[in-house]
Write a protein that binds this ligand. Structure first.
Ligand code: ADP
Ligand code: MG
Length: 729
């Protein structure tokens, strides 16, 4: 019996896994996190102050205090039954990494003790030579080290009965280059803090820190584990490379916001509880558009913490799903023909005085502050849209961005009707002095009108990749499997650069004798007029928009190898160097790593396709082909005329055609792969995989295989079908 049949047969016997939920979330929230409150309890005054200063003001922690903090963390962890610790980091593989060490050690005289000192807290040397480095760590210096990032709290990961203390770290090469996702984000946050602070001071001298905030929305699919195991393509590549669309798809729209199936609901409650213990403030859960697709979202947090929490969540979801005999699919496009998954990044800037800089102000003065930051975001996206596009590039996301699906590969900004009018008014006004009309703009009741308009769904454009939603921007093009870091590094960096230039330009006008407000309005006016082309309010999926965008000169790069070019242009190198986020060497290395990731992903998909075609699809088709042949022969033998087996003959011919075409194409694809593999230049190789392997063959092969799925006897088909993967509950 095939795995598919076993899975379907056993499906109804599945029992829901018990989940015990706390009566109140607050009872478990942050239970496994070394929060500042916990730190207060376990640390001396001095050590606590040192930790606090490091978190709030990036002050370095000295060795004595580090020892004390380490001792405090160990004491706390041991009180919770922890025996091991690990430096936890986010290498460029896209998953999280850990290497566990025990607190247990032997003193010189052989006495066994538990120990965790400042040294072990601050720095570790994982044998990490096999993590991607894009050539930075040449073989003679293959080592890298992980360095404690005090801005992110330590936490305890529970895996089964085991508990491990995790110390969030950044991963650096011995020559100082950053080798992970987290390091550059921290630098970008620093850059934007500095630039935004300077601009804030035009309006409010009391602000002393600007912190970007991030609220992600994680979309995912859930499938039954046994069905998943019978799909080697899902297991190996995260997506189904074959599969005819189900008779029922998402056309009824009956799944969106519908009631959550019980077994999935148990899974959700379970991973939510795990998340709460880790301090991940999950808030919403619901069904998404496609059958089998769901979403969860937390309350927004500071960017660095939000990124850690998203990485952790993806990990937790994966582990908890297995407990429920389910699998969670984080791939951007696990199923053709139904919606893909994204990870909207809601982003804003907030001050330590409690102001959201992208929330409309209540007075003329705060209105001008809002308009300043708002317009600078638009300017930043317009000037660096290619780099923003590169930040979300990947083999999985190409299925969303390149196709007619949310959102398009063209980066544009949606601001809504009301703000379009406000920007128009700003642009049209040519003033030499701050006159009454300008006052009129600033006195608009922005704070009342905008949120109201934004809450009205008619003024919300779901097709825009970058949309203003009342008090934040929502970067929707991020892929569901992505680490938010890439997108956040770029967004905050381009914002830092844009604000820095803005400040210089305003200051120059002030120097010439213009009043501050007029100078600001003047620069904003020019920004609006120059950046207008990136604003788009219409249907982002339409053909018309692609044409219009081309006229406007907006890039529309549909595939990863080409999109990544924007990372290493002169413009990009200057941007990242000026802001201190990446050195040229780091950029080149990351470009290389992203290309390699792409190549490997497409290579795996190509191999899986070939293998599944020959070992799963063709055997089933040939088996049925023989059934038909025997049937026809038999009918002939007993003297039935041609009209008696004409239909069988037709089916047989179709099956034979698809078998032959399919296997021919597989052979040709293997040849194309060999050719691609022989290319030495990474970019050229990625392009060959994109255009000559994937572009030429994937859809074609799939076409024949999917046709066979419809023709061949269901009982002999090996691969679970879309209707089973998506609709069995
Ligand atoms: P919706 O967009 O569905 O109306 P919300 O407005 O509550 O829902 O926000 C959606 C997401 O945006 C949530 O994850 C939320 O945490 C996040 N969010 C809200 N305000 C901010 C902000 N100032 N900065 C970053 N993210 C935010
Ligand atoms: Mg959203």
């Amino acid at each position: 019996m095939s795995l598919r049949y076993q899975a379907i047969k056993n499906f109804s016997k599945q029992k829901n896994t018990e989940v015990s939920s706390p009566s109140k979330i607050t009872a478990i929230f942050c239970q496994n996190v070394f929060t500042l409150k916990t730190a207060r309890e376990y640390l001396s005054d001095e050590a606590y102050k040192s930790l606090f200063a490091s978190i709030k003001g990036n002050k370095k922690i000295d060795r004595v205090n580090a020892n004390q903090i380490a001792a405090g963390i160990r004491q706390w962890a041991e009180s919770k039954g922890v025996t091991h610790y690990t430096h936890w980091f986010q290498p460029l593989t896209g998953t999280t990494a850990e290497k566990h060490d025990s607190f247990f050690t032997l003193k010189g005289d052989g006495t066994a003790i538990e120990e965790f000192d400042g040294g072990a807290l601050i720095q570790q040397e994982p044998d990490a030579s096999s993590f991607p480095s894009g050539g930075i760590r040449a073989t003679f210096e293959a080592r890298g080290y992980t360095a404690w990032d005090p801005s992110s709290p330590a936490f305890i990961m529970e895996i089964g009965e085991g508990k491990t203390l995790c110390i969030p770290t950044v991963f650096v090469s011995y020559t100082g280059e950053l080798l992970d996702y987290k390091g550059p984000v921290l630098k970008a946050l620093e850059a934007v803090n500095k630039a935004a602070l300077d601009v804030c001071h035009y309006f409010d001298k009391n602000v002393s820190k600007v912190t970007p905030t991030l609220g992600w929305e994680q979309e995912y699919f859930v499938v039954d584990e046994a069905l998943y195991n019978a799909r080697p393509d899902l297991v190996l590549s995260g997506r189904t490379v074959f599969g005819h669309s189900s008779a029922k798809g998402q056309q009824l729209e009956d799944h969106y916001f519908g009631s959550i199936p019980e077994r999935i609901y148990a899974f959700m409650r379970d991973f939510e509880n795990e998340s709460y213990k880790l301090g991940i403030p999950l808030r919403t859960r619901h069904n998404e558009v496609a059958p089998g697709q769901f979403e969860c979202a937390p309350i927004f947090e500071e960017v660095a913490v939000a990124i850690d929490h998203n990485s952790l969540l993806m990990d937790v979801m994966d582990r908890v799903a297995r407990r429920h005999k389910l699998r969670v699919l984080l791939h951007e496009k696990p199923f053709a023909g139904v919606n893909g998954s994204g990870k909207h990044n809601n982003w804003s800037l907030s001050t330590d005085t409690g102001v959201n800089l992208l929330a409309p102000g209540k007075t003329p003065k705060t209105n001008l502050m809002f308009l300043t930051f708002f317009t600078n975001v638009i300017r930043a996206v317009d000037q660096y849209s290619d780099i923003l596009r590169a930040s979300i590039a990947g083999a999985g996301n190409d299925h969303r961005l390149g196709a007619n699906e949310a959102p398009p590969a063209i980066i544009s900004v949606f601001v809504g009707k009301y703000l379009t009018e406000v920007l128009d008014a700003v642009e049209k006004r040519v003033t030499t002095k701050f006159d009454e009309q300008d006052e009129a703009i600033l006195k608009l009741d922005l704070h009342k009108s905008i949120p109201e308009l934004m809450l009205d769904n008619t003024d919300r454009n779901r097709t825009s990749p970058f949309a203003f939603t009342g008090n934040k921007f929502e970067f929707r093009a991020v892929g569901s499997s992505a680490n938010c870091s890439n997108a956040m590094t770029v967004l905050n960096t381009i914002m830092a650069q844009t604000l820095t230039t803005f400040k210089e330009e305003v200051d120059a006008l002030i120097e010439k004798g213009e009043k501050k407000e007029i100078a600001i309005m003047h620069v904003l006016q020019r920004y609006v007029s120059e950046s207008k082309k990136v604003l788009f309010e219409g249907d982002g999926y339409s053909e018309a928009w692609a044409k219009e965008a081309e006229k406007r000169g907006l890039p529309n790069v549909k595939t990863t190898p080409y999109a990544l070019d924007a990372m290493v242009t002169k413009k990009a190198k200057e941007l990242f160097e000026n802001t201190g986020v990446y050195t040229h060497a780091e950029l080149e290395a990351r470009h290389e790593i992203e290309l390699e990731k792409y190549i490997k992903q497409v290579q795996i998909e190509g191999r899986v396709m070939g293998e599944l075609c020959t070992s799963h699809v063709l055997p089933a088709a040939i088996k049925y082909q023989n059934v038909l042949i025997n049937n026809i022969k038999g009918l002939k033998d007993i003297g039935i005329g041609k009209e008696g087996y004409e239909n069988q003959l037709q089916i047989l011919e179709k099956i034979s055609l698809h078998i032959n075409k399919g296997s021919d194409l597989v052979e040709q694809m293997i040849e194309a792969r060999k050719k691609a593999n022989a290319i030495a230049d990474t970019r050229e190789k990625a392009i060959a995989y994109c255009d000559d392997v994937k572009g030429k063959f994937f859809d074609e092969i799939r076409y024949h295989v999917d046709k066979l799925e419809l023709l061949v006897d269901d009982a002999s088909w090996y691969l679970p079908k879309y209707r089973e993967l998506l609709f069995l509950r």
